[in-house]
Design a protein around this ligand. Sequence first.
Ligand code: SAM
Length: 329
Amino acid sequence: MLSDSYGRVATDLRVSLTDRCNLRCSYCMPAEGLDWLPSADQLTDDELIRLLGIAVGSLGIKEVRFTGGEPLLRRGLPDIVASTAALTPRPEISLTTNGIGLARLAGPLRAAGLDRINVSLDTLDEATFVRLARRNRLADVLAGLAAAADAGLTPVKVNTVLMRDVNDHEAVDLLQFCLDHGYQLRFIEQMPLDAQHGWRREDMVTADEILAMLAVKFDLVPDDPTDRGSTPAESFLVDGGPARVGVIGSVTRPFCGACDRVRLTADGQVRNCLFAREESDLRGPLRSGAKDEAIAERWRRAVASKLPGHGINDPGFLQPARPMSAIGG
Ligand code: SAM
């Protein structure tokens, strides 16, 4: 098991498949992009699958979520999913993506064993998309969403980050769009994880504000909180249900006490928290011939030292050196 000294057990592994992305969302990356990881530093498919085998076979990982960067940019992704689905015990397999390329890949990913998908969509307006993501790809994202639903990756979940005076006026429209298409929408508070360190608390659209905007049009009733488990989103029934909307208040309503996540970067570093300031290298031991049990033990130690909370609201908070795109969101 991957347990820490506060009694939490990590069963959900977030795996970054690449730090590259084909969008430049302003809350995540600068317009010019970043210095990408050299490819020799990245785990190969075989190295990755060996680590996943250790995670599910010896460390109690039950869910593997592929992310990035943009995971659809990873060559051979359906094969990686298929190899993950062949592990024993088979983990749940999910993917977080910006949806570009999903129109082509949704079917092959489903056939390879992908169980669930989250697609990021921050706006329904083309001009706002270009302003926010600095690329004109809204049509591709919408086509990707439709393809995911057609491929049976349901319920398709949608992630939205609202930015003040950019897309925060679209909260109601985004929810209506998702209700109309049968997608499950979750709003995420903007976190201080952008590469350019531009996050400002006063610019963040809070969970309270999001709920107030939605309440103008929808009747929202909180789901039974005892059903929440370790999910980051607070869930609300919309207009009596069964449709729901989620709000992930990572900053103003932290949920660290119930966290069951651990992260593996594309270059083989374990992070016990998005906001961790330390990492544990698994790639080095892997490449120098360490046995599975030695790698598992290193992984256990990495999780054991997890702090009680992310610390964003502490006066001495320091942003981690890696941005979200290089950690895996
Ligand atoms: N490229 C994929 C995507 O767009 O979903 C996966 C990686 S992306 C880092 C994962 C999620 O993190 C996206 O939903 C994105 O909106 C969110 N995200 C990125 N930077 C964020 C930030 N500073 N605060 C909150 N969410 C953020």
